[in-house]
Design a binder for this molecule. Structure first.
Ligand SMILES: [Fe+2]
Length: 139
């Protein structure tokens, strides 16, 4: 699939790997946004939703590995937020059918958590990770 126009700016953390993954996630959300509720129930729509869920899980695991390796002191709070988001994501996507308003509620949920989480938790961690990298370069 081609990269799509961004419906919202990607929040940059300054850690390239995280920013690239956020960029891809924003593209996936954008493609979901472009589908109608009926299209989300087709095989292609379901596959796209599954990819979104899988990519979020991969991305959360990636960040959590980075936190472990970096000895990040606030990892537990961050991980708890990932788990809460993943549970809500599964609840939205696991519905047997999409009713009126479900698609809008899902998009609102996706953008809200993505912007809020990336802007706060991910930036806090990125700041810590960048500081740690800078310190290790100096020693
Ligand atoms: Fe995160």
């Amino acid at each position: 699939m081609e990269p799509r126009a961004q419906p919202a700016p990607v929040i940059l953390t300054g850690v390239d790997a995280i920013d690239e993954q956020h960029q891809h996630f924003v593209s996936l959300v954008g493609w979901v946004n472009d589908l109608s509720p009926a299209e989300l129930e087709t095989a292609a729509g379901r596959a796209l939703l599954a990819e979104l869920v899988n990519y979020a899980a991969f991305h959360f695991a990636f960040e959590q590995n980075m936190m472990r390796e970096a000895g990040y002191p606030d990892a537990a709070v961050h991980v708890a937020e990932h788990e809460a988001i993943a549970a809500q994501l599964h609840a939205h996507v696991g519905k047997p059918s999409w009713k009126a308003g479900d698609h809008t509620r899902f998009m609102t949920f996706l953008w809200r958590w993505f912007v809020d989480h990336a802007e706060h938790r991910d930036r806090e961690f990125a700041e810590f990770a960048r500081g740690r990298t800078a310190r290790s370069r100096r020693t």
